[in-house]
Write a protein that binds this ligand. Structure first.
Ligand code: ADP
Ligand code: MG
Length: 146
């Protein structure tokens, strides 16, 4: 298996859809992080942990792929951190571990269905990452080696 998968990347500007349209801001990572993915890494939605710069480690949900709902032409890695940040953090570094595969990236029949799926992903991530077995992955020593 390819999980857990450790990665890091710089937060770049995306299409500005996550926050406004989907009530779910996603930190889009630079193309270097995307190119570093193993070729056979499946597109989809994952849960894990992440931190911004040298900040605290938080739970996250992320997607890897082409955002079929929006017919993007390039693959992106987008990380939604399950934490309220006081401000945007473009140009920061994100270090993260993808631990759990949640679902493939689908195209939905409506924006509402996509939003419901994302809300469900967040709940599932919150719940599954609370499992005591996951705690070892929140060690900042591990993160400092990424
Ligand atoms: P973009 O298309 O530029 O990625 P988004 O609407 O997806 O725009 O918003 C993403 C930005 O929101 C991130 O780059 C980050 O600076 C900010 N942000 C604020 N809170 C969060 C969070 N909890 N998780 C991810 N990004 C967040
Ligand atoms: Mg985004």
């Amino acid at each position: 298996r390819l999980l857990p998968y450790f990665f890091r990347g710089k937060v770049v500007q995306g299409f500005g859809r996550g926050g406004k349209l989907l009530n779910c801001p996603t930190a889009n990572l630079d193309s270097t992080a995307v190119e570093a993915l193993p070729k056979d890494f499946p597109n989809g939605v994952y849960a894990g942990f992440a931190r911004v710069d040298d900040g605290q480690i938080h739970k996250m949900v992320m997607s890897i792929g082409m955002n079929p709902q929006f017919k993007n032409e390039i693959k992106t890695i987008e990380v939604h951190i399950l934490h309220e940040f006081p401000k945007d953090f473009y140009n920061s570094m994100i270090e993260a571990i993808a631990l759990i595969y949640l679902r493939p990236m689908n195209s939905f029949n409506s924006m509402d269905e996509l939003i419901s799926a994302i809300e469900e992903d967040k709940r599932t991530a919150q719940f599954q990452l609370d499992d005591p077995k996951m705690r070892k992955w929140t060690d900042s020593e591990l993160f400092s080696k990424i």
